[in-house]
Design a protein around this ligand. Structure first.
Ligand code: MN
Length: 735
């Protein structure tokens, strides 16, 4: 191992810190702030003093570099610089969040805590961590600096990725393309987004990357000559009007060229928009920005013919990420279309560095487009019904899409993703408008809900209180808001239907004479291959589940033993209800196809009495209610809720006997069988139907089928049988 020159390293570290301070001029306004940054630096140096990066250099260079990106390339302030310096300390060293809070404050502790949590998420399998991802996004909506610092962290890791192991490189690169580049794009960090893409691409396809770099280099001179020639008349025109300006030929990123080649299946030579011309003007006053930019447009189009279809005014209607620019595509003398971007210095700064640059221009924070986006994210996250994996999809989609601008009948503007439908617009207006949306008028023409909107459309939504969200609505909405609201409305709807399924199931259980509470719904869900109790009830209600299988399920589970078919009124008997016991009458009510004694209440509307022709109705909250067939409510109940109606009949109690089986085990003894039969026939009203005994090595096992009146009757019999000499056990069986 080579000798490490610690003195020299110390000097280099200090130099890196000084360079950081230089680019962070805007952040260290006062001595106290400067001191705090220095404190963070000292703590980080001490905490990481024994750590080295894969490249071998002291670890502290990494947090310094991240802090520098935050200050220089994103334009963040002192708090972010402090947090960037400390971003790896809590995770990798002995420093705790509590210490950070004590040393720096709550805000700093929160941000670093967020950073520590994210690295726990992204360093693992994304799909497994979907729920954590959601938490990360929540921190994003709490303090966006967490994500900004994380992006800076990722950018530095991508810049120094060469010293990593190849498999790790690939993992980090794809994660960067999957998550960080779109996030950077969404946050308006244009140059960081392009660099992240190019670095990832270089890592994934080193050969293709190299080839494109060399092709760009070879054609560079031609391109520059073209740009100079093209700019010449514009320059002259602008100078005549007294503009202060700069004209640049802005090359496309390598990754976007590569994407274009793949998408259109064309060679490098046929990608015509390898660059755009960018005109950046100095404006004295912010209120003149817009008219100045249009004046420049006027100059450009004096010399070159514009393609009207490709005019984009992102000054009047900035993108959600804060992007402002006036863009046009004009025909050059060589017969090539050239994109021209016109913007002020302020706009260019925001376009390159993102929304953080806003702060530089408007102190105290503005209710920017960006805040609106953050609010959207927060709203989405707070609708807890959204499945975490769906959330990632929705979120990612929302990161990538471009936007259109549409208007309400009052002329209010709404930003929507490209491809948004009239229904998306309805939800953007208000959830209730979305849910009850029938159709729309776009530019005064009637269109269906699925109609795809275009920029500039004026949209009026037609609603009806009778309208309800449909499953297929999900096929033509783009926005997260519409998606999550439709899903939750469908779920509410499903819950109402499911309520009926629950009643059907309970009824079915009663039919099988099983207490509903003895059934494990989890097992039943598994049996019917549904993912939730809600699904189970819902599918029962819409007849998607065949309850004929229910019996084999409960039999298999051992909750119910197979029913006997020997006799019509064979019963396995589960207790007599209170109300039955309280009924002094000789006649009892039996309910259901199997004519069993169930708990019931007499309906107040028709007050049935024994002897009346009656039926049972399963209510939602009050169990079974008994109505007279002649009850005035019968027609309504039977027609609307036929599935909740069950048979009921008054029967003379004396006529009901239930057949049940007993298993008697004991020591084989002289006369034991005789004693048993004696007890049975002596018991009041018990009739024996069959009897069989087996004896084996001194142990006998007897099976007796008897008719009993009810469970107390049966319990009594069992008690008496147990008293017989030699009998060890008496159990109830069904055959
Ligand atoms: Mn780091």
């Amino acid at each position: 191992m080579a000798q490490i020159d610690t003195e020299r390293e110390k000097k280099e570290i200090l130099q890196a810190y000084k360079d950081l301070l230089k680019v962070a001029k805007h952040a260290k306004k006062d001595a106290a702030t400067k001191k705090r940054i220095r404190k963070a630096f000292d703590i980080a140096v001490e905490a990481h003093k024994n750590d080295r990066r894969k490249s071998g250099e002291p670890y502290i260079f990494h947090p310094i570099a991240v802090a520098r990106i935050c200050a220089e390339e994103i334009g963040l302030g002192a708090t972010s610089i402090i947090c960037a310096l400390l971003h790896d300390t809590v995770e990798d060293t002995d420093i705790t969040i509590e210490e950070v809070e004590k040393l720096f404050g709550k805000k700093e502790a929160l941000i670093i805590d967020g950073l520590t949590k994210i690295s726990g998420v992204v360093d693992n399998n994304v799909s497994l961590q979907a729920e954590n991802f959601r938490k990360v996004l929540l921190t994003l909506s709490e303090d966006v600096r967490v994500i900004l610092i994380k992006i800076a962290d990722r950018l530095h890791n991508m810049r120094t990725i060469d010293s990593m192991r190849r498999d790790k490189q690939l993992k980090i690169a794809s994660e960067t393309l999957f998550l960080y580049a779109p996030l950077a794009h969404r946050l308006g960090l244009h140059s960081i987004k392009s660099e992240l893409e190019d670095l990832s691409f270089k890592c994934q396809e080193p050969e293709a990357f190299k080839e494109l770099v060399s092709k760009l280099k070879k054609t560079q001179e031609v391109r520059e000559r073209f740009i100079t020639k093209f700019s010449l008349p514009i320059k002259k025109g602008l100078e005549e009007k007294g503009f202060k300006f700069e004209i640049k030929g802005r090359p496309k990123s390598i990754y976007s060229i590569w994407n274009k080649m793949n998408k259109k299946n064309i060679p490098f030579e046929e990608v015509y928009d390898l660059f755009a011309i960018r005109i950046i003007i100095d404006t004295e006053k912010e209120e003149n920005e817009k008219s100045d930019c249009w004046q420049v447009y006027s100059v450009v189009t004096d010399y070159y013919q514009p393609n009207i279809d490709r005019l984009r005014d992102w000054i009047s209607a900035p993108k959600t990420n804060g992007y402002e620019s006036l863009q046009t595509t004009v025909m050059s003398p060589t017969g090539k279309w050239v994109e021209v971007q016109i913007r002020t210095k302020r706009m260019d700064d925001i376009a390159e560095k993102g929304f953080a640059a806003h702060w530089k221009y408007k102190e105290g924070g503005v209710e920017s487009q960006f805040d609106r986006w953050i609010n959207q994210v927060r709203e989405l996250l707070e609708s807890t019904d959204t499945n975490a994996l769906d959330l990632i999809d929705d979120f990612k989609m929302n990161l990538f899409t471009d936007e259109i601008y549409v208007f309400t009948p009052n002329g209010d503007m709404k930003n929507l993703p490209t491809g948004a439908s009239a229904l998306d617009f309805a939800f953007a207006v208000h959830t209730q408008v979305g849910i009850t949306c029938l159709g729309a008028k776009v530019n005064n023409k009637l269109v269906p809900l699925s109609y795809q909107l275009n920029s500039g459309d004026q949209v009026e939504i037609l609603t009806s209180n009778k309208q309800k969200p449909k499953e297929d609505w999900l096929n033509f909405v783009q926005t997260q808001k519409a998606k999550s609201r439709i899903k939750s409305a469908l779920k509410d709807e499903k819950r109402i239907v499911a309520e009926e399924g629950k009643i059907i199931l309970e009824k079915e259980f009663k039919k099988l004479k099983i207490s509903y509470h003895n059934i494990s719904l989890k097992e039943l869900e598994a049996y019917y291959k549904v993912s939730s109790t809600l699904d189970l009830y819902y599918k029962i209600a819409i007849n998607d589940i065949d309850l004929n299988h229910l019996k084999s399920f409960v039999v298999k589970k051992g909750v119910l033993r197979p029913k006997q078919t020997i006799q019509k009124r064979v019963k396995s008997y589960f207790g007599v209800s209170k109300s039955l016991k309280e009924t002094p009458k000789k006649e009892v009510l039996v309910i259901g196809d199997n004519m069993e004694k169930l708990d019931y209440k007499l309906a107040n509307c028709c007050n049935p009495i024994p002897g009346d022709e009656v039926y049972g109705f399963i209510t939602v909250t009050e169990g079974i209610k008994i109505h007279k067939t002649s009850c005035p409510n019968t027609v309504q109940l039977m027609s609307n809720y036929a599935y909740r109606v069950i048979k009921a009949q008054w029967i003379d109690e004396q006529n009901i006997d239930f057949l049940t089986g007993l298993k008697i085990v004991g020591f084989d003894d002289v006369g034991v069988v005789n004693n048993i039969t004696q007890v049975i026939s002596n018991e009041l009203h018990v009739n024996m139907r069959s009897l069989s005994f087996d004896s084996h090595d001194g142990i006998f096992e007897g099976r007796v089928m008897v008719f009993v009146k009810d469970t107390s009757h049966l319990t009594n019999l069992i008690k008496n049988l147990t008293k017989v000499k030699g009998v060890r056990n008496v159990d109830r069986i069904n055959n």
